[in-house]
Design a protein around this ligand. Structure first.
Ligand code: PMP
Length: 397
């Protein structure tokens, strides 16, 4: 609905704030225990390191830090990304890296790069709702790649499904919203299949460094170097340092980066110079190797508290949930006729607990299943996790 006395673009008119978002606004109230947020834990923010980094940048290089910079990003930070990926066996050079203002901007630029009105875009089912929102600005038609309890099924990427698709958007590590991790076999099969189909893969991996169980698996970009597929890999400092920095990056073939640079130039000229320099200053001497184990340990404990509370309180309820090996989210699936969207208002008002219903993680709400919900385990302290999960279970008993 356009409530303005002047016309707006179709894009602005179709962009809506969801009913769920309205309900979740009340979750900022102190009496509500909210498992709805997608925020990393502030306990993991390296405040002192960032403070020193900003100080150093502003005291030693103020004229560079406060000036416009190249659209591609601050070169030393791009070089750091190159060396970080090289240390994991990924062979790239600085021309393969574009710094962006959070990986959310990467989604916007990728939408601009690929999507015309009506273009087919392939998603996992379910998928990150912020990506659906971002791509939807450009009016695509979505088709979903089948998934099971182990995530995306590569064989589900049939010729028919992939026909005329512009790209497939995939989250191999601790997926948002399900917390699932794609196995190595499936990663290889997916990359080989994408190569056969000449289908670009957009790999989103903001949570890869937040692994608290099992071995790190090679990403799709790394595997594509052996199998020939085109992968555009998004990365982010939001979950390893802090999201308020708004620093992310895209790794892609040089020609793709050149196009993305043109699109980014029109969007915001470049990502904040001072912040890029501070991030580089903070990470350049190996800080993440000492910092990340602490964040992983924190998230592991938090996840454990929530899984324990779920086991204690949901015994006897017909429900299953995922057991993530990293990241921030658990995904619950109820048997039978359960509508988590409808139950949210009662959860908040009667039980003082909030979650995100599953429906917005599917591109078309009308056909989306109603029996899922997403819980974040990272920001709520242990005692409140126990109370919140006990309260939540009352709704389903
Ligand atoms: N992708 C996924 C899967 C996410 O969960 C998020 C943050 N919630 C983003 C991208 C955006 O992250 P940022 O812009 O902070 O890098």
């Amino acid at each position: 609905m356009n409530n303005f006395s002047f016309p707006l673009s179709k894009r602005a008119t179709t962009a809506t704030s969801s009913a769920i978002r309205e309900i979740l606004k009340v979750t900022e109230r102190p009496d509500i225990i909210s498992f709805a947020g997608g925020l990393p834990s502030p306990e993991g923010f390296p405040v002192e390191q960032l403070h020193q980094a900003y100080d150093k940048v502003l005291s030693t290089q103020p004229k560079v830090a406060l000036q416009y910079g190249p659209t591609e990003g601050y070169r030393p930070l791009r070089e750091w990304v190159v060396s970080d990926f090289k240390s994991r066996g990924v062979d790239i050079c600085v021309d393969n890296v574009l710094v962006v203002s959070g990986s959310q901007q990467a989604l916007d630029l990728i939408g601009k790069l690929f999507i015309d009105e009506g273009s087919k875009v392939l998603l996992e089912s379910p998928s990150y709702l912020g990506a659906i929102q971002s791509f939807s600005q450009f009016g695509p038609q979505y088709a979903t790649i089948p998934t099971d309890d182990d995530g995306l099924i590569p064989e589900g990427l049939t010729d028919e499904l992939a026909k005329d698709a512009r790209f497939a958007y995939v989250l191999p590590n601790y997926q948002n919203p399900t917390g699932r991790t794609l196995s190595l076999e499936r990663r290889i099969a997916l990359v080989k299949r994408a190569a056969e189909l000449n289908l670009p893969l957009v790999e989103d991996d903001p949570y890869g460094e937040l692994r608290f169980e099992g071995e790190a698996l090679p990403g799709l970009f790394a595997l594509a170097q052996q199998h020939g597929a085109t992968v555009i890999r998004m990365g982010s400092f939001s979950k390893v340092l802090s999201p308020g920095l708004r620093i992310g990056f895209i790794i892609a073939p040089e020609a793709v980066i050149r196009k993305l640079v043109q699109l980014k130039q029109a969007t915001d000229l470049h990502t904040a110079t001072v912040t890029q320099m501070a991030v580089y200053e903070a990470v350049k001497d190996g800080f993440l190797a000492e910092h990340l184990p602490k964040v992983r340990e924190l998230y592991k404990r938090q996840c454990h508290y929530m899984l324990e509370a779920l086991e204690q309180n949901f015994a006897g309820v017909n429900v299953t949930w995922t057991r993530p090996k990293g990241g921030m989210f658990i995904w619950m699936t109820f048997d039978g006729d359960v509508n988590t969207t409808e139950l949210l208002a009662r959860a908040v008002e009667e039980q003082k607990v909030a979650y995100v219903p599953g429906q917005p993680f599917y591109p078309y709400a009308q056909t989306a299943p109603t029996n899922h919900l997403r819980l974040s385990f990272v920001t709520v302290p242990e005692e409140k996790i126990r109370i919140g999960i006990a309260n939540l279970s009352k709704l389903f008993k």
